[in-house]
Design a protein around this ligand. Structure first.
Ligand code: NAP
Ligand code: FE
Length: 363
């Protein structure tokens, strides 16, 4: 079995204040990376800067990270952090900011890096220490060694590297309360996608399966509340956040499957938020596994005491209405992307590009 987790994970209400000693212990100057509104709306940015000021830690803020961050913005943030002579980086935001902060921490220590070299993962110096503070509950990016960025051609492409692990991941569920409902649903369903894609994965082992099962067990009733537009309590925010962390821990071991790699295209081309884009294919995954690996699939649902059809209905209820249909020309143009694709290969079983073609035709 393989499992490596160097990030110190600290979650719970008021966790930043409870562990504020982490900041002076990490350095004397800090470069904060965030996006337009999440840092402020969540309250995380104010909490962070108050702590930095209390310890007389110098800081500067870069707030230009957008959704599905461009490599260009990650390089800019990293170079600015280098110019600022930061000792460490703090990323405050959703998955987009957290991913961008990982690459920026690498660039801050290697300011000569270009987009090409970043994708080649060719750098000499170790990244600056990185602290991540999440404001969404879904990607689990706080704890993963992955940075997903949009390249110069507008394609979402990730890097995976042990250097990208944060030193500390802070997760205060209270920071997720300010998310608009559609962001909350999209991010929560991303967490479900991670958990399922990790379980139905050729790389799954007993540790990743334990994370995945526990994550779905916690998340499933919360997704029902979201589908019914129920008001959430503190416990619900915490449960969704914890499930998202379990999803991150699970995909660190296994990677994701075809749903994620297909989802990237629907974000690039049809601007669907990441979680919704990937979850477009969640039921296809459940159907594929039911058809080809009935025992494994039944075992999963039996362990959780969840009905497979009820799970599928819940996914459908959470997805927005989309009238996306790909014509034959678009499908054929897209298929080369999924030939010899690692995520397609990860899918539990022996999925091929022919299966992908059939799935795209069913959209
Ligand atoms: P996001 O793109 O980080 O944020 C989505 C939107 O939510 C933004 O408009 C943001 O506003 C807003 N927002 C975030 N937190 C908020 C809060 N607390 N209150 C109010 N608004 C808030 O969404 P995400 O789903 O968390 O991240 C998606 C990205 O993560 C994708 O690029 C995906 O590929 C990547 N991802 C990475 C991993 C990994 O392992 N590294 C795993 C899954 C997904 P502002 O932009 O205005 O601040
Ligand atoms: Fe995801």
């Amino acid at each position: 079995m393989k499992h490596y987790m160097p990030t110190r994970i600290l979650t719970g209400k008021g966790i930043l204040q409870k562990h504020k000693e982490v900041f002076p212990a990490t350095g004397k100057s800090c470069y904060i990376i965030t996006s337009k509104s999440s840092g402020k709306l969540s309250g995380a940015l104010d909490d962070l800067t108050a702590i930095l000021e209390e310890y007389s830690i110098e800081y500067a803020i870069y707030d230009q990270i957008s959704q599905n961050p461009t490599v260009v913005s990650c390089i800019e943030a990293g170079k600015n952090a280098c110019d600022f002579q930061a000792d460490f980086i703090v990323g405050v935001g959703g998955g987009s900011v957290l991913d961008a902060s990982k690459t920026a921490a690498v660039v801050a220590a290697n300011p000569e890096l270009t987009e090409e070299l970043i994708y080649q993962q060719s750098w000499n110096s170790k990244p600056l220490p990185l602290i991540l503070i999440g404001t969404t509950a879904g990607t689990g990016s706080e704890v993963t060694y992955v940075s997903v960025m949009t390249n110069k051609d507008g394609i979402k492409k990730s890097i995976h590297n042990d250097d990208l692990y944060a030193k500390y991941a802070f997760g205060d569920p209270a920071y997720t309360v300010s998310m608009p409902e559609q962001v909350r649903i999209s991010t929560a369903i991303d967490a479900l996608a991670h958990l399922l894609e990790s379980y139905f994965n050729n790389n799954a082992n007993d540790i990743s399966k334990a994370y995945a099962l526990e994550g779905v067990r916690i998340l499933y009733p919360e997704l029902k509340l979201l589908a019914e537009h129920k008001k959430l309590a503190d416990d619900d925010y915490e449960a969704i956040y914890n499930a998202s962390i379990l999803g991150g821990l699970a995909i660190n071991i296994t990677g994701t499957v075809f749903c994620h790699t297909l989802g990237y295209y629907f974000t690039e081309q049809y601007h669907l938020p990441h979680g919704f884009a990937c979850a477009l294919f969640t039921n296809e995954l459940l159907d594929y596994e039911y058809l080809h690996h009935r025992k494994y699939c039944d075992g999963f649902f039996h362990t959780l005491q969840i009905d497979r059809d009820a799970m599928k209905e819940l996914v459908t209820a959470l997805l927005p209405e989309t009238a996306i249909h790909l014509d034959e020309e678009e499908i054929q143009a897209l298929l080369p992307r999924y030939t010899n694709n690692g995520s397609v290969r990860n899918t539990y079983g022996t999925m091929t590009v022919n299966d992908i073609e059939a799935i795209l035709k069913r959209l």
